[in-house]
Design a protein around this ligand. Structure first.
Ligand code: SAH
Ligand code: SF4
Ligand code: F3S
Length: 474
């Protein structure tokens, strides 16, 4: 096993580009050996930030000569970009690793790599070293820019390579990225999280909050727009605290204002907003913007003040509802979505009623409802009053029903109106239809030609089918 320590060079990008050349030679060698262009498969398990990292991984893989495939079975190199926010994400990785092992027996040149948030947990690394010895390469969230270098080490060795960093203050710009969609793209504006919500593992696996320089962000977006992108999503665990740690502090609202000026850019989204940091300035910028989409994902997590306090969310139910009121007054047409957790330690069914009350008062367009998952190392995992499974289940089912009923009512409200949609792809079930996304993030399916992909069209929303519409272009 080869273990690294953290070292980087002043000119990291050119160093990595040298490694890309070296890696390309190994991939060419493999091509000669197997008689076709080697295929690679990048599988994403986590959130939008994880997905953006995967685009960076596949950018480097295509740069060095691999061709991308969606099928792990066909691949000569498979990399899992993992997530550990809830235990079921981890279980999925272990389950699929068993399958990769059987593939590797049939195809000995298959190389397997693991990266992402799960790899930042020492217990996971121990388990893989013990029970999944066929894995070739393991790295974490802080050193993904070294991927080319790690690949070279992997090609030059036949033992497990492990490189995990505990922290980094580095942000390496300008490495190749392979975008999944030609017309839209995510953009990291910050990394890490400083909030330490007591249930959450993200601050431990993604490190401290670091913001990118606004000039770098603007430059990246300008390049994307020149390359055909019309919609961007600014990504961060808490975008509302963007810029606070920069040498010359900038607010998120100021950044949005700058981004708005970029010519050719049509739509701006962002994710995620922590309610405690959402400023009046941001509401004002959103309200006056022609490009910022009418959608705000504003995770509330729970409705009971006692639970919110134990979660370390730093707002009360009343403060959250007042914020929602302010947002709705400024933008009556806004769609609000949220995340909810049921079963946090000490939560009773009466507490869940408070969450239900929030859902009914706010009228979310959608809410992602999660069962609390105990994450080793977080304060909540050490709390004694963990909730029995039956109680969690009862609260969860009740909440889910209210969430679904509210969302259905909300969705129907736009029936008959004409709205702008970004044409995204051919409908999965019916190839005569195209799928478009509304500003509020809902989907609409309508007859159209695929040549419209990436364009904004006006669509009449004729029928509502629960969570999506069917309609026609006007
Ligand atoms: N930074 C974002 C959330 C990232 S994690 C924010 O603060 O809004 C996405 C969602 O996963 C969270 O909003 C939360 O609802 C859920 N989540 C996080 N940790 C969890 C845990 N231990 N158990 C269940 N759900 C969790
Ligand atoms: Fe986790 Fe809270 Fe940070 Fe979101 S804000 S990533 S929930 S610690
Ligand atoms: Fe998962 Fe990491 Fe995102 S834990 S939710 S992939 S930041």
């Amino acid at each position: 096993m080869i273990k690294y320590t953290a070292t980087t060079d002043e000119n990291e990008v050119s160093r990595q580009k040298e490694y890309m050349k070296k890696a390309a030679a190994y991939v060419a060698e493999l091509e000669a050996q197997i008689g076709h262009k080697p295929l690679c498969c990048v599988t994403t398990f986590g959130c939008q930030m994880n997905a953006r990292d995967s685009e960076k991984l596949s950018g480097i893989l295509t740069e060095i000569g691999y061709e991308l495939t969606e099928s792990e079975e066909d691949a000569d190199f498979v990399i899992y970009n993992t997530c550990t926010v809830r235990d079921n994400a981890n279980q999925r990785v272990y389950g699929r690793l068993g399958f990769l092992n059987s593939m590797k027996r049939k195809k000995p040149h298959l190389r397997i790599a693991l990266c992402g948030c799960m790899m930042q947990e020492p217990a996971v690394i121990e388990k893989i070293k013990k029970s999944y010895r066929f894995v070739d390469l393991i790295f974490g969230t802080h050193n993904i820019f070294k991927f080319a270098e790690l690949l070279v080490t992997m090609f030059e060795n036949h033992e497990m390579i492990i490189d995990i960093w505990q922290e980094t203050d580095q942000i390496v710009e300008e490495l190749p990225v392979n975008r999944k969609y030609p017309y839209k793209s995510g953009i990291n504006i910050m990394f890490g999280c400083n909030n330490f919500c007591s249930y959450c593992i993200v601050p431990y696996v993604r490190g401290r909050e670091r913001s990118r320089d606004p000039k770098e962000i603007i430059r990246e977006i300008e390049k994307l727009v020149a390359d055909g992108v019309v919609e961007i999503m600014l990504l961060g665990q808490n975008v509302n605290s963007y810029g606070k740690t920069l040498e010359h502090p900038v607010t998120f609202a100021q950044l949005l204002h700058e981004v708005e000026q970029i010519e050719g850019l049509k739509r701006i989204r962002f994710m995620t907003s922590h309610p405690k940091d959402l400023s009046d300035e941001l509401i004002e910028v959103m309200k006056n913007s022609k490009k910022i989409c009418r959608h705000l994902h504003l995770p509330v997590q729970a409705g009971s003040d006692r639970i919110l306090k134990a979660m370390n969310r730093r707002y009360t139910k009343e403060q959250y509802l007042a914020l929602v009121e302010k947002i709705k007054t400024a933008m009556p047409d806004i769609s609000l979505t949220t995340d909810l957790i049921v079963g946090f330690p000490g939560e009773t069914l009466e507490d869940v009623e408070e969450t239900i009350d929030i859902v009914q008062k706010v009228q979310y367009d959608n809410a992602f409802t999660f069962i609390y998952s105990k994450r080793t190392g977080t304060p909540a995992a050490a709390m004694e009053n963990q909730v029995p499974e039956e109680v969690v289940k009862e609260g969860f089912d009740k909440l889910l029903k209210v969430v679904q009923d509210t969302a259905k009512d909300r969705a129907a409200r736009l029936k008959g109106s004409v709205m702008e949609a970004l044409v995204e792809e051919v409908n999965e079930q019916d190839a005569s239809l195209m799928t478009g996304r509304l500003s509020n993030n809902m989907l609409v399916h309508f007859p159209a030609d695929r040549s419209l992909i990436g364009q904004l069209v006006m669509v009449s929303l004729d029928e509502c089918h629960g969570f999506y519409y069917t309609g026609h272009i006007v």
